[in-house]
Ligand binder design. Structure first.
Ligand code: HEM
Length: 81
């Protein structure tokens, strides 16, 4: 059981810029990746997913299908949908 808060999709959608925070969802969890944006090996493309789901983008960019990518993501978890 997680003690992290539950967020609505509406709340996630409000976080679409580095100024307001960049949140994404993946498999029902919510991540605040604001601090990671400037470290992303794929550059600003990461902002295409801001405020929404990673799944459609990671389906296109198979480079993310690796354990170490999920480890990075897990560091930024802030809640659940
Ligand atoms: C590469 C993480 C979102 C596009 C990578 C790599 C990591 C990473 C660790 C390097 C993988 C490797 O070479 O071993 C993440 C994380 C994301 C995210 C944690 C979300 C929180 C996205 C999104 C897109 C994207 C949404 C596209 C819309 C790319 C591309 C590369 C890449 C094109 C290849 C860069 C290159 O090697 O030239 N990402 N990514 N990423 N990412 Fe992401």
């Amino acid at each position: 059981a997680s003690s992290l808060p539950i967020y609505t999709q509406d709340e996630v959608t409000k976080h679409r810029s580095v100024e307001e925070g960049v949140w994404v969802t993946y498999k029902g969890s919510v991540y605040d990746i604001t601090e990671f944006v400037s470290m992303h090996p794929g550059g600003d493309k990461i902002l295409l997913a801001a405020g929404g789901a990673l799944e459609p983008f990671w389906a296109l960019y198979a480079v993310h299908r690796q354990d170490h990518v999920l480890e990075i993501l897990s560091e930024y978890k802030v809640g659940e949908l």
